[in-house]
Design a protein. Sequence first.
Length: 275
Amino acid sequence: MSTFPQGATALHDVPALHPLSAFLAPWLADGVPDLDVLNELAARCALVSGSGASLRFVRPVADDRGYEERAYREGTIATRPGNRHDLFNALIWLAFPRSKAALNRRHHDSLVLARTAGSTGRGTLRDALTQFDECGVVVAGTAPDLWRALGEHRWREVFVERRDELLHSTRFIVFGHASHDALAMPFIGLCGKALFVEVDVTWLGLPALAALAALDARLAARFVSDDFSPRDWQPLPLLGIPGAAADNEQPDYYDDTRQFRPARTMPPGSSPGNR
């Protein structure tokens, strides 16, 4: 279980926010929020679940309903006090309220469809939504060719040879709360599930909160309308993102195949489903 040190009350008392988590700092400015503070913030931001129910962060309860169904129907988000993983989940609700509500709605609708069909399995859509909710990374940029290069595992090209272009054209925003939890104590090979959102130069120049709100609206629209499978997420080594690790300023950092694996090669005549 990921917990904050007992008695921690201020940001400097807890594991320092990783650079990729720094955009969450405003909600931690007065210390580590407890459930009452989180609920004050939720009310102030008018957070709602996928059904439009007012959102509340509550201690977990034991019943036959799962997290998503309870959140959808009651607006209650199971949150263990003092738990870092659950705190980051709450902070992502504050940072991406529309997207989280859209994910919750899609989870619930998929669950209802499965039950109506007599299925007990989760299905590829719910698996994909869960993966992004836990480990998702939004790659927002004006250069789709850089995104394609990442998809082809041309790590050195993107992160070394075209680093300046990447810094000027692309922003990496970690969405998954499990990834934020892991970034508190990062390890070699830490990987996210990335999704590309093409933006224009106007978005790149927006103030941080305005840019986040605009991105939230774009993501929510996609989560409501698009179909996803786990194959739609691009594996992205988080510590390779510029600024994520001091060592990645050095070109030879990207020679470490434990993190920066080459693209898989496929035998002639095979298909992705036969890998």
